[in-house]
Design a binder for this molecule. Structure first.
Ligand SMILES: NC(=O)c1ccc[n+]([C@@H]2O[C@H](COP(=O)([O-])OP(=O)(O)OC[C@H]3O[C@@H](n4cnc5c(N)ncnc54)[C@H](O)[C@@H]3O)[C@@H](O)[C@H]2O)c1
Ligand SMILES: *[C@@H]1O[C@H](CO)[C@@H](O)[C@H](O)[C@H]1NC(C)=O
Ligand SMILES: *[C@@H]1O[C@H](CO)[C@@H](O)[C@H](O)[C@H]1NC(C)=O
Ligand SMILES: *[C@@H]1O[C@H](CO)[C@@H](O)[C@H](O)[C@H]1NC(C)=O
Length: 320
């Protein structure tokens, strides 16, 4: 091996050694910042969004509807977007009963780029430029087999992963031009704690979380510090009957109670407006993840397999 290569390797090893030596100090500093810094040094009160326009995808049901209601309660005009217009109209009705903001239902499929371009045009002319984007739409495809159809896998990826590229491409340019805005993307804890027999789901959620991390770095490099990108990673929510049934069967609801969508929506909107980057629900999961990640991968996998493995395997066999 050449001398230059050896020196380069040595330098990389020395950098890692320095980081390792400093790491207890860095961890202590981060903990101190978490505990005291926020309390005493910076006021992290949520910003106002009175009079701004928000687009909420998948707002006809579940978490999306709860977030749309929460934004309206904070004085934001809301474009309620869904493929299901019955659900969307229902959300608009609920908003109009409780808040004096403008709300309108729009039919659009988030996996269709051209429909989103048209959606943006319609919302701008009806309500005004979009300053808040909530990427919530997703399908809870209940795959009944271990071997899902290729088309089913592709559709899940289209809606749960690719769609975020389309919504960001359509709505970010206005925020960049105005140098402000909020983007809240609903990912899932399963992006961090992978679920066996749910590889497509796990993959779309891990990909979405990584997408938002890279986007945040781009915005920082472009000094667009008033565009806040927040990723939500909730555990199972009390959103619909299918989830309730699944979590009861897998006995996940025995480990931690399901979170209500209203509670989740309040926490997420508040965190987004305070400029938080990633919100794990329940909060305890953030600590659990940090403690787990320092262990060898083989230990991490063993812990997850012991926790959910047998039930998921049993379910999988049952439904097959
Ligand atoms: N429910 C949970 O336990 C849970 C857990 C973690 C993360 N999440 C995430 O939260 C988000 C909302 O989940 P939920 O449980 O409220 O779902 P939900 O099924 O109750 O509602 C989803 C809404 O999105 C709409 N929708 C689906 N595909 C669409 C598309 N292509 N274009 C536009 N709208 C579309 C549906 O019509 C529906 O109104 C999802 O992204 C989900 O992955 C949910
Ligand atoms: C659309 O939403 C309504 C109201 O939530 C629901 O009753 C109906 O089943 C949904 N339709 C489809 C096709 O999902
Ligand atoms: C797809 O994404 C939605 C929301 O992002 C989530 O609720 C749903 O569980 C996901 N479904 C699958 C099968 O990945
Ligand atoms: C996860 O896998 C189980 C077992 O096959 C299945 O019942 C469940 O629907 C899957 N969940 C998702 C979100 O795909």
């Amino acid at each position: 091996m050449s001398m230059a290569k050896t020196l380069l390797k040595l330098r990389a090893h020395v950098s890692v050694a320095i980081l390792a030596a400093l790491s207890p100090l860095l961890v202590a500093a981060a903990l101190f910042w978490e505990l005291f810094g926020k309390l005493f040094f910076i006021s992290s009160s949520p910003k106002s969004i009175v009079g701004e326009v928000a687009v909420v995808t998948g707002a006809g049901h579940g978490l999306g509807r709860a977030i749309a209601l929460e934004l309206a309660a904070k004085g934001c005009h809301v474009a309620v977007v869904d493929i299901n217009m019955t659900g969307a109209e229902g959300t608009v009705k609920q908003i109009q009963e409780m808040a004096k903001v403008r709300a309108k239902a729009y039919k659009a499929d988030v996996s269709n780029y051209l429909e989103l371009v048209q959606l943006n045009r319609d919302v701008v002319s009806d309500l005004g430029p979009v300053m808040v984007l909530i990427n919530n739409a997703g399908i809870l495809l209940h795959r009944n087999t271990v071997n899902p159809e290729p088309a089913e896998v592709q559709q899940m990826i289209n809606v749960n992963l690719t769609a975020h590229f389309w919504t960001n491409m359509v709505f970010l340019p206005t925020m960049k031009a105005m140098r402000k805005g909020y983007l809240l993307t609903i990912s899932s804890l399963s992006g961090l704690f992978p679920l066996p027999y749910n590889t497509t789901y796990t993959t779309t959620k891990a990909g979405t979380t990584a997408h938002m991390r890279a986007l945040r770095m781009e915005l920082a490099l472009e000094q667009l510090n008033d565009i806040h990108v927040c990723t939500a990673m909730p555990n199972f929510l009390e959103a619909n009957e299918e989830v309730r049934q699944l979590t009861n069967e897998v006995k996940i609801s025995n480990l931690y109670p399901l979170i209500s969508v209203k509670q989740a929506a309040q926490r997420l909107v508040d965190g987004m407006l305070r400029g938080e980057r990633e919100i794990l629900l329940p909060g305890l999961a953030a600590l659990l993840y940090r403690l787990m990640i320092v262990l060898p991968v083989s230990w991490q996998e063993l812990a997850l397999v012991l926790t959910f493995g047998p039930r998921l395997k049993q379910l999988c066999a049952l439904r097959n």
